[in-house]
Design a protein around this ligand. Structure first.
Ligand code: NAD
Ligand code: ZN
Length: 359
């Protein structure tokens, strides 16, 4: 038996308003006055008060990124190339400010500034030649767990797959729940449910162990407080969802996700469906696999009157279905976690097609 030697984020700050400590945190990490910090920032913050609080010195640069589409290998390579072209010296570090999309982009750009070739060469497990540059994650929406994870999920020409490595996790995370003020309700729900689904998939999976369980149970408790317990103030709710996301990410780090993620990868690959909403679309139909979790999920959908898109697969061709099915069935560890080693006796292409047709 070979046990995972899992790298954790070595430094984390938590607290409302803690963003203002960023300057102090990164100052000692500056390698020279000609080596800038690159801030990759979700463009929802363009012109916002947060933009003015970004601590810029010397030739530091802010690059605004639109997160309507999930990160691509070509986008990462282009960002790396433009940064290398603009500056003579290698940057001091990369700082991502935004949701899972910006967390993943910051990790990937920090990796690619110090590794040759294209980011698609490194999609997979432990393929990096060199460590990443110093990188900091500052989430502004809670749920994905990307702030703690050992991966950065990228869509390449051939596959949607993470760069999984010991160099991927952030060197520093700043958890300031105030930054999540103003997230639209639907998006809050979709990304928050990503965390809830991480918990259900981890806690009911065959890979479960005491490490994952301890984080997963805490995360699920926090999700229940946030999404069910009407007595939290908005501040408390943001605090707790941020920690739920962290614990949910830690839980799956040492186990695995399951059916919802395996199927939503198929939707995302073919139709570009975003991670949070895609998981919700799928999870809504998974009573057979997660009866209790889905029952509670439906209650939460009703409570917040959130719309879960329907009819996505109504006009797909046979080839489209085959593509989704093959992407989904390729996620072997996810199925194995959900259903055990004999998962193929339950999950056949026909079975998956029938399930996708309902979505
Ligand atoms: P996101 O980063 O895609 O952002 C969703 C929307 O919320 C965007 O429109 C963004 O502009 C908006 N937003 C973010 N913060 C806001 C704020 N404070 N106020 C107003 N609007 C705000 O959403 P996400 O669900 O956090 O991330 C999804 C991405 O994360 C996917 O690309 C997925 O592949 C990735 N992911 C990565 C991991 C990992 O471990 N690396 C895990 C899960 C998901
Ligand atoms: Zn997820």
């Amino acid at each position: 038996m070979n046990f995972k030697n899992f790298p954790m984020v070595p430094r984390v700050v938590f607290g409302r308003g803690s963003f203002d400590q960023l300057e102090e945190i990164i100052t000692s990490k500056r390698t020279s006055t000609s080596s800038p910090f690159i801030f990759l920032v979700d463009d929802v913050f363009k012109g916002s008060p947060l933009e003015k609080r970004i601590p810029l010195y010397h030739n530091d640069k802010v690059i605004f990124i639109n997160s309507d589409v999930e990160p691509k290998t070509s986008q990462v390579d282009a960002l790396r190339d433009s940064i290398k072209e603009e500056f003579d010296a290698l940057p001091s570090g990369v700082i991502g400010i935004g949701g899972g999309t910006l967390m993943d982009l910051a990790k990937a750009v920090a990796i690619m500034l110090n590794n040759p070739g294209s980011s698609e060469d490194y999609q997979g497990w432990d393929l990096l030649k060199n460590p990443a540059l110093y990188h900091v994650g500052i989430p502004t929406i809670s749920g994905t767990g990307a702030e703690v994870s050992r991966t950065t999920v990228l869509t390449g020409p051939e596959k949607k797959l993470g760069i999984n490595s010991d160099h991927t996790p952030f060197d520093q995370v700043v958890l300031d729940p105030d930054l999540c003020t103003g997230v639209p309700l639907n998006q809050w729900f979709y990304t928050g449910m990503d965390c809830y689904i991480h918990c259900i998939e981890s806690l009911t999976g065959t890979y479960l162990n005491a490490f994952s369980q301890s984080y997963g149970e805490k995360s699920l408790d926090l999700c229940n407080e946030v999404f069910f317990n009407g007595s939290l103030s908005e501040d408390e709710s943001r605090d707790k969802l941020m920690m739920a996301s962290w614990h949910g990410g830690m839980s799956i780090a040492y186990s695995q996700v399951g059916v919802a993620h395996a199927m939503s990868y198929g939707l995302s690959y073919l139709l570009g469906t975003r991670h949070g909403v895609g998981n919700c679309i799928v999870f809504d139909h998974l009573e057979e696999f997660y009866p209790e979790g889905v029952k509670q999920f439906k209650k939460m959908v009703d409570k917040y009157e959130v719309e879960i898109p329907k009819g996505l697969c109504a006009n797909l061709t046979d080839d489209d279905f085959d593509t989704m099915i093959s992407v989904s069935m390729g996620m072997v560890p996810l199925w194995e976690n959900a259903l055990g080693k004999d998962w193929k006796q339950v999950i056949t292409p026909q079975k998956l097609r029938g399930m996708y047709e309902k979505m």
